[in-house]
Design a protein around this ligand. Structure first.
Ligand SMILES: Cc1ncc(C[n+]2csc(CCOP(=O)(O)OP(=O)(O)O)c2C)c(N)n1
Length: 564
């Protein structure tokens, strides 16, 4: 076996240089899983004792943990895994983070450079595999390139539209020499957004002019507002021109959802007919850090193309004009653009009573369902209970299926910043458990709750061992209905109730979790729900509440129609 070079005063081994480069960028924790090709890296982590390592039970979840960590800390999340299967398994985390504009770095160790192209066990083309799915990637060929490669990766991840990066680190490269003097970094590149881009004053003036003539202006905010930390600027601007603020699912946290200006979530995964009415009534829409994608716009029908003037603020120059004819594109960091716009606009008196009336309509329908004493339990009851019981700083992570649309629509984020998130780029089931681990490690002082369907539970359950080993006081809620409910609801609404291959068997998730050592509860009766949730949320260790719920296709759900 290739052994590390004898460390000289002026050199480090490649593996040591990797650890030093991570530290130099402000990294404190790495999520990952060991393998043969990772032995030098693990030895460096052991000897240097400077980074916390969270051992995960598969690399997919290491990626999701890094993602959850990055979302709540504003710092780059780092994950690692070995060659071969370690690379293919880490990929889903990188893809989700990249498309969600969340900077995570994955390091996969690799077969030695000297063993390439010789049918070496676990060899695969990591460069080709990662290239289309990350913002930036590299395969190292020699140890001397480690410092500049890591600097380039951090710069790519945190400047412009943030995204994920991948570095393949061959076994022999980990053992080669790196000059100590080369090991340096700009630590500001370890957090995002770094190197903010200011707006063109001319575009700001045009946007201000358009807003001056608007009768019903509306902001639709995507994840970019929270990513940029632009919440305060957004609120001052919205207040100055008396404009309502709607968000996408990822945009939750842009504005306190209890305030008069907040509309709530719009679109086909958390929007309702009432929030759609607010979009349809707008004559000028300002998209902020939002790609105006299929879900937010209900397949580009709300707003209806051509009926609304559009101002589009995004740091990615590709975004404005991709989905709507844009009147004023502003390519800039959201915080800087909103601050500049606030200076340029005149104060405007507006009437928010229309928004208030729509919100009342939406919550009247919801409150009636949330008070239902039906069994199986209505999912609305679970949302309402958590809305009541959780402190305003709590972080809720929701999986696709029932959790994402229901919590997006009816769980109110009380305050601004990252307090609710879901994996909205690819919506892979089984994200929330691991992402909540990353979120808790990133922000341990607040309560973290992860809500998943039973389809998701089946895709992530192994990671409960990690949670128990680390004694993380996270509460997991399983919306249990023995069906891939969201899809079955689609078969009901669009395919004449021809239900096909969407039902699976009943699992007692509480007993499964109990076997891992999680304090667990199973709730079948609505009147027990509050008491059990209170007990679970206040317990000092990991807890799981399995709530036997009505499946979506049976519940007349007050979320928007199902749109693929
Ligand atoms: C990895 C993955 N495979 C398939 C899907 C397609 N999909 C979207 S929602 C859904 C059903 C979710 O079922 P469950 O987690 O039980 O939640 P429910 O809808 O029943 O509340 C499926 C299969 C997906 N989102 N992710």
């Amino acid at each position: 076996m290739n052994k590390p070079v004898e460390a000289q005063a002026s050199t480090l081994s490649g593996a040591e240089a990797v650890v030093e480069m991570l530290k130099a960028h402000g990294v404190e924790v790495v999520f990952g899983l060991c393998g043969d090709t990772s032995l030098p890296l693990y030895d460096a982590l052991y000897r240097m004792e400077s980074l916390k390592h969270v051992l995960t039970r598969d690399e997919r979840h290491a990626g999701y943990m890094a993602d959850g960590y990055a979302r709540v800390t504003g710092k780059v999340g780092v994950c690692e895994g070995p060659s071969g299967g370690g690379a293919t398994y880490i990929l889903p985390g990188l893809v989700e983070a990249n498309e969600s504009s969340v900077p995570i770095l994955a390091i996969n160790t690799d077969v030695s450079v000297s063993s390439r192209n010789r049918f070496t066990l676990t060899e695969l083309d990591q460069r080709a595999l990662m290239k289309p799915l990350t913002k930036w990637n590299a395969v190292l060929d020699r140890a001397a390139d480690i410092p500049r490669t890591f600097r380039a990766a951090f710069e790519a991840m945190t400047t412009g539209r943030p995204g994920s990066a991948h570095i393949a680190l061959p076994f022999d490269v980990q053992n080669g020499p790196v000059e100590r003097s080369e090991v340096w970094a700009d630590p500001t590149l370890g957090a995002f957004p770094s190197r903010r881009v200011a707006p063109d004053p001319f575009s700001i003036e045009l946007a201000a002019k358009l807003l001056r003539g608007a009768k019903n202006p509306l902001f639709i905010c995507g994840g970019g507002v929270v990513l940029s930390g632009a919440e305060a600027e957004l609120v001052s601007l919205a207040e100055k021109i008396s404009a309502p603020v709607a968000t996408t699912v990822s945009g939750k946290g842009s504005i306190d959802e209890r305030c008069a200006h907040s509309v709530g979530v719009v679109g086909s995964n958390g929007g309702t007919p009432a929030t759609r009415a607010v979009v349809d009534a707008a004559d000028v829409i300002v998209f902020v850090g939002c790609r105006a994608g299929s879900v937010t716009t209900e397949r580009w029908r709300h707003p209806a193309p051509g009926r609304t003037r559009i101002i589009h603020i995004d740091v990615d120059p590709v975004v404005p004009g991709t989905n709507y004819k844009v009147d004023v594109p502003i390519v800039a960091d959201a915080k800087l653009a909103l601050a500049a716009l606030e200076e340029a606009v005149n104060t405007r008196e507006g009437d928010l009573s229309f928004v208030d009336a729509r919100k009342r309509e939406k919550f009247e329908a919801f409150d009636a369902l949330a008070a239902s004493t039906e069994t199986p339990i209505r999912p609305e009851r679970v949302v309402a209970a958590l809305d009541r019981l959780l402190g305003k700083d709590a972080i809720v992570v929701a999986d696709p299926g029932t959790p994402c649309p229901y919590f997006s629509a009816y769980y109110l984020v009380k305050g601004t910043g990252r307090r609710f998130f879901s994996n909205r780029a690819h919506g892979a089931l089984g994200y929330a458990l691991a992402a909540s681990v990353g979120a808790h490690i990133g922000r341990p002082a607040v309560k973290t709750v992860s809500v998943m369907g039973d389809g998701s539970f089946g895709m992530c359950v192994g990671e409960l061992e990690t949670v128990v080993r680390l004694k993380l006081p996270i509460t997991f809620i399983v919306i249990s209905n023995a069906v891939y409910g969201w899809i079955k609801a689609g078969q009901k609404s669009g395919y004449g109730q021809r239900y096909f291959s969407v039902d699976f068997g009943v699992t007692d998730h509480a007993r499964v979790a109990d076997a891992f050592g999680v304090r667990s509860f199973r709730v079948t009766e609505p009147d027990r729900l509050d008491g059990v949730l209170k007990e679970a949320l206040s317990h000092g260790g990991p807890t799981l509440v399995d709530v036997v719920c009505q499946p979506l296709h049976e519940a007349k759900a007050p979320v928007s129609e199902w749109v693929a």
